[in-house]
Design a protein around this ligand. Structure first.
Ligand SMILES: [Zn+2]
Length: 310
């Protein structure tokens, strides 16, 4: 179900409409529209007037690389193909940032104006300013001082009313939370019926396990779980309707049941991932052409749980 309709500023609505108008016409009309206050002023990427959910235009689809955060296009991303790299030279997004956004914006009907919480977004002030232009957007951060108005991060005890959110975006946080069940119950509580969550964790093993050796990520927070495909069971136990969003390329690898290819690269245990996958729980969301354009390569680096609250 779509989030509850929210009145959006005229610039947002015109931005969404503008994406339907052919490029040369829009380029000619924009200065006039700006003069009479009907279009966003020229500015930095986070001030662009094109709605974030507008699909890439034909010229953008022809580029070697295209960023769905800032709509940069160019020959290639600034670093190699990897979920933690393939940096956008303009906004600094990495490939997994773009995959999370791709999942959110291609799967959510009429996302504009939705009440969104994102847990500890990796991207900084420019990104957050852009999100606040299009959504009722807050982040949950450790350093609340730097982002006043945002909420405290403790997924096990979320300081928000019941059914108060349309969308939760959470990437690479759940594995740092000691009590998964309690966190998922809290997330379910604060999401409205009909609302949704896009959840990323590093998915490098087939089955959930506890790290044998203490494990830390870059921000020095301990890892409590290395999740596998069975995270789906915990999400369903919490009440969510869920599927795992992947690229068409990765879906084919997973459904093939074979690991003849060069398995277990970049720390991904592809043999286990193929062995333990539940094919019925997969949904492909990016064609090979889209994956190439936005940088979702290699395919096995990209998986996002879509969790719907019925
Ligand atoms: Zn970008």
């Amino acid at each position: 179900m779509a989030p509850a309709p929210v009145e959006r500023p005229i610039v947002q609505r015109l931005g969404a409409l503008g994406s339907l108008v052919p490029n040369p016409v829009r380029d000619l009309a924009r200065p006039l529209a700006r003069r009479v206050g009907l279009a966003a002023p020229p500015g930095e990427w986070w001030q662009l007037g094109v709605a974030p959910w507008a699909p890439p235009r034909r010229a953008e689809r022809r580029a070697g690389a295209w960023c769905n955060v800032c709509r940069w296009q160019g020959a290639s991303f600034a670093s190699g193909a990897h979920s933690e790299f393939a940096h956008c030279p303009r906004c600094g997004s990495i490939a997994r940032d773009r995959f999370l956004r791709w999942c959110f914006l291609t799967r959510t009907p009429s996302p504009g104006g939705a009440t969104v919480i994102e847990t500890s977004p990796r991207m900084g002030d420019d990104y957050r300013a852009m999100m606040k232009r299009w959504f009722d957007y807050r982040t949950s951060d450790f350093d609340l001082g730097a982002h006043s108005g945002d909420v405290q991060l403790d997924l096990q005890d979320i300081d928000l009313p019941d059914a108060s959110l349309d969308v939760v975006l959470t990437a690479h946080v759940l594995e740092h939370v000691p009590d998964t069940g309690r966190a998922l119950a809290e997330l379910f509580r604060v999401i409205r019926p009909g609302g949704r969550m896009y959840l990323q964790v590093p998915l490098v093993y087939g089955v959930t396990s506890v790290p044998v050796e203490p494990e830390f990520h870059a921000d020095n927070t301990p890892v409590f779980f290395n999740f596998g495909w069975d995270l789906t069971d915990q999400l369903r136990a919490a009440g969510f309707t869920t599927t795992v969003l992947v690229t068409e390329e990765y879906e084919q690898v997973l459904r093939s049941g074979t690991t003849d290819h060069d398995a277990n690269v970049d720390g991904f245990h592809l043999d286990q991932l193929v062995e333990h996958v539940r094919p019925d729980d997969l949904t492909a969301v990016a064609t090979p052409e889209q994956a190439r354009l936005v940088g979702f390569l290699p395919g096995h680096h990209f998986a996002t749980w879509e969790c719907l609250r019925p």
